[in-house]
Write a protein that binds this ligand. Structure first.
Ligand code: EPZ
Length: 420
């Protein structure tokens, strides 16, 4: 079991380069199943979730070859299987994208129900509603067998209204509709940057998708997609995590390879906490003031404040100079990591979906990463805490952050990975 050991109190300064977006990569790689040819995907983050989704594609019959650490070549012309095995699928939530991609390409999909981070019930009813509207038959026994089986004689474009603004359902229905006959209009869709990225990837391969990034996406089905080369956008949440680290340590960090527009809600909150945020073309410099002012936050779908930045901000605010509230409105239960912060001396009360955070000093102790972003929150807390923080269960962090401790070490953090 590997652990991270962080000695807090260092001011982080310097430059860090952000990797490709995890949540775009884990959708674009399965989207390559729809391509009748070879696609080359650049700026892939070197993280566990990418390794897992690539090996699932190989099991389905695709040829997957890494040209270098960050560039993958995928040839899906030989995809001939439609069953995604549970032992892989259980490791990552985004495996549900295999449903939309396989249905679109080979008209059948048998995918075990997804795993990934656990923060309350994570239904996929809106994905299934979209597939059904497009003409897929879905096996009703899915709950009992632990898998979803879907098949179709041929998907036909239609109108789909999503009852919940869902990133996954938006992308999945878009994937299924790409090769459907006729036009599909999806309303009340999510607008996250990675949704636009998936649409841009598909369009670069010959799809006809309009409106990604707005409330309505229109997909004119095409007969087939051709190969091509595409480069993934930078990771909004990794960038946000380093921006928070600058504010948390009173540091001065230039976060490179970002799209500043994607960071608007995070930048605005950091400014409210007293940090200085300077935007450039493709980088952002954050200068911490040394004192963290309390703020109130509510998580929302994009362009609102991202739920995936919630734990990092709660850690930051745990050391602020007053009382803050953070309301989680996307996930029903995303405060599991707070128990770990309490063990570091934080003063936080959870009331339903709201955390009330009274700023105090943090002290190092042994804590665990309860999930990916909860783990990032523990690292931020460790960087601020007095003494040594030991973080266990870091396999969650490795799912979504590339070389996190090395990037922090280069900024001056005292952090190391140990093998127990
Ligand atoms: C994506 O999850 C991200 N994962 C999550 O990031 C992120 O927290 C989430 O979007 C919200 O931004 C990936 O992109 C792989 P949703 P997703 O469908 O698509 C409800 C991280 O840390 N809902 O937008 O699974 C659902 O319960 C991860 O990087 C339904 O009710 O999230 C939730 O309350 C964690 N029915 C809300 O919608 C559905 O059919 C938003 O979920 C689907 C969702």
């Amino acid at each position: 079991m590997e652990k991270l050991v962080v000695k807090g109190g260092k001011r982080l300064c310097g430059e860090v380069t952000i990797s490709g977006a995890k949540n775009a990569a884990v959708a674009i790689i399965p989207a390559a199943i729809l391509v009748d040819g070879t696609c080359i995907i650049e700026n892939i983050p070197a993280i566990k979730d990418v390794t897992v989704i690539c090996s699932i594609l190989e099991e389905l019959g695709a040829k997957v070859e890494f040209l270098d650490k960050y560039t993958v070549k995928i040839d899906s012309s030989s995809v001939n299987k439609y069953t995604a095995p549970y032992e892989h699928v259980r490791k990552m939530r985004a495996s549900y994208y295999l449903l939309g991609a396989l249905l679109g390409r080979i008209k059948k999909a048998d995918v075990a129900l997804p795993g990934g981070c656990n923060f309350g019930s994570r239904p996929i009813d809106q994905h299934l509603k979209g597939f059904k509207a497009l003409g897929a038959a879905i096996d009703d026994c899915a709950e009992e067998t632990g898998a979803i089986y879907a098949e179709t004689e041929g998907l036909i474009g239609t109108n789909v209204y999503l009852d919940v603004v869902s990133v996954g359902a938006t992308i999945n229905v878009m994937l299924a509709a790409t090769l459907a006959r006729g036009t599909t209009i999806i309303e009340n869709v999510a607008k996250e940057p990675h949704i636009v990225d998936v649409a841009n990837f598909l369009n670069a391969m010959g799809a006809n998708i309009k409106g990604a990034g707005t409330d309505v996406i229109k997909i004119h089905g095409v007969e087939k997609l051709h190969g091509g080369t595409y480069s993934i956008i930078p990771d909004q949440i990794e960038a946000g995590t380093f921006m928070v680290a600058a504010a948390a340590t009173g540091g001065d960090i230039l976060v490179k390879n970002v799209i500043p527009k994607h960071m608007d809600s995070v930048s605005a909150k950091l400014v409210e906490t007293g940090a200085k945020v300077l935007e450039f073309d493709d980088s952002i410099r954050v200068i911490g003031s040394g004192t963290i002012k309390p703020v109130n936050i509510k998580t929302l779908p994009y362009p609102g404040f991202p739920t995936d930045m919630q734990p990092q901000f709660v850690s930051l605010l745990a050391a602020s100079s007053g009382t803050s509230t953070v309301t989680e409105s996307v996930w029903e239960s995303r405060f599991q990591y707070v128990d770990e912060l309490l063990r570091m001396g934080a003063d936080i009360t959870i009331s339903g979906r709201r955390a009330i955070i009274r700023g105090t000093g943090l002290s190092g102790t042994q804590v665990r990463a309860t999930d990916l972003r909860g783990g990032a929150g523990m690292v931020i807390a460790g960087l601020m805490a007095k003494g040594e923080t030991v973080i266990t269960d870091i396999q969650y962090i490795d799912r979504g952050y590339e070389n996190m401790e090395e990037k922090f070490r280069k900024l001056g953090a005292d952090i190391k990975r140990i093998d127990d």
